[in-house]
Design a protein around this ligand. Sequence first.
Ligand code: GLA
Length: 672
Amino acid sequence: MSGERQHLTRVPGLLYGGDYNPEQWPEEVWAEDAKLMREAGVTMATVGVFAWARLQPGPEEWDFGWLDRLLELLDAHGVAVDLATATASPPAWLVRAHPELLPVTADGVRLEFGSRQHYCPSSPVYRAAAVRLTRALAARYAGHPAVALWHVHNEYGDHVTECFCPESAADFRRWLGRRYGDADGLNAAWGTGFWSQHYRTLDEVEPPRTAPGPVNPTQLLDWRRFCSDALLECYRAERAVLAELAPGTPVTTNFMSMFKALDYWKWAAEEDVVSDDAYPDPADPQAYVGAALNYDLMRSLKGGAPWLLLEQAPSAVSWRPVNVPKLPGLQRLWSLQAVSRGADAVMYFQWRASRAGAEKFHSAMLPHRGTDSRGWRESVRFGAELRQLAAVAGGRTRAETAIVLDWDSWWALELDDRPSARMRWPELLRPWYAALHRRSIAVDFVPPGAELAQYRVVLAPNLYLLRQTTADWLGAYAATGGHLVCGPFSGVVDEHDHIHLGGYPAPLRETLGVVVDEYWPLPEGATTTVTLADGRELTASRWTEWLETIDAQPVARYASGPLTGLPAVTRRGTAWYLGCDLGPDTGAVLDTVLAEARVRPVLDTPEGVEATRRGPGHLFLLNHGDHPAEIDLPEEWATATDLLDPARTPGPALTLGPLGVAVLQRPTPPTE
Ligand code: GLA
């Protein structure tokens, strides 16, 4: 284990800090900022994210003096810098000289300057200008003592994920040419025999702009793939400059949690460190479950490596219809939740609250009121606490359960003209994840084809799009005794969104031993009763299937509605199939699977209390509830130390107040 304890940047311990936008403030304020950062225990600031216009005031004008002074100041105060390449908001002079770089919507509307992220990802002008700025920054600051991390761009895909301008169209055609070779290949893949959509040459192909009726689904699916790749090309171009001029300093670009538009498996492979921006809604009492899911994904994107929580709100955001602040203690709890799931940084948007601009009501570590404020006092207190947790940095979580996540399948599932528009990946996934979360079962996400040897259970809540290779991979896992659970509406189409003929889920039919005669989606509000062999009744909503067994045992049957008597849940040895959406009742089926697979929970905890391990030596207990919670501890943790309260040894039972946290450290952790 100790071999895995490498720091993500050269800064030891858990990073603490936030986005710092000094270009919004007169220089006199900077000295105060640096002093207060030190007071709060800030160890890293993300600098320059939206500073393009300041760094390059005109096509041939550069102004680095202010950044030189700022980096020196931060360095002198012991604050390392996550230096942004500043390419997410092209300046007005560039846009006016090249209005063609502005993005265009599917309806042909060109989006104006005046916000941010106003660029076409395929624009050669934008890409060249972004690379030029990155080159200038890298040449000047490579090896600078303050710079510990490079931050490429900012939240690729935020606001604009696609552009339909002629430049994008040409880029799309090049992408299609690489994928299919020529029009024949494309016609076959897109099924253009349907509705007279045949193309003679690739030059006749356009992006899926607004059309009279449903657009070719494979065209839409390829468009999703292309758009993710087009933005990835922008990232790659900047990253290549950093690799050339600033080798040795890690590079990241901040993700947006489980974000549909970008295939983060592909993206993470090109980063040194995964980083995430997470904004759970304090108005949602269950927000912590979704947050846990996102954090588990971030940890999984690089095979379990620690990651950086690069942005979150200290209290309220400013972009929801109603922006509810965080109760005292909530930002601490949620920050430590991220740490418990692999984050080695707790950072915020932003350091000092803005006076002007669209985000002036967004909370900050240093609020408008200044240092005489609750927010500031929490920032200082939490910075000190985080230092007490330095030993946690680098620790890895070990999971025995995995969930398969495939962006291709997600994109295809949510295209139009499906049996039910209510089948959305996040909603299908959520109850499966929530069931594991409620039982304190550690879980990783895996892409199709990943190594599964360490997992006792593999869950595929939905794989609407299923390549034969992926089906073979799952089949091999189940054939060697792995516990596989597949969810409804899986194995339906191939990579071109063409139906697998002969009875769904054709590529998995042998593994699962079932065949679907017809999909039977349920309208909003409708439910069906499903009975387990022991008589327990579960409720299906959203989706059911006319399911028949070929070589499998029914585990549960429909007990109401048109499918009464037909199997709803089946198993063939260790390969399980859920032909319906059991929502919150999914856990009743998973319980049997987990028990048979002998998957152990981290700890049995009361409702609302999360228990998470990091490395062999640390156990996090987090009470998300509004009542005190009593947690029984096994012997090996009863004598541990609570790093947040070193004077306390928990003993066999530990009480956590509302929003309370304990981070237990064992004196001599066993080697795992
Ligand atoms: C995102 C962006 C930041 C800021 C915050 C506000 O995460 O990266 O620049 O806009 O949202 O919540």
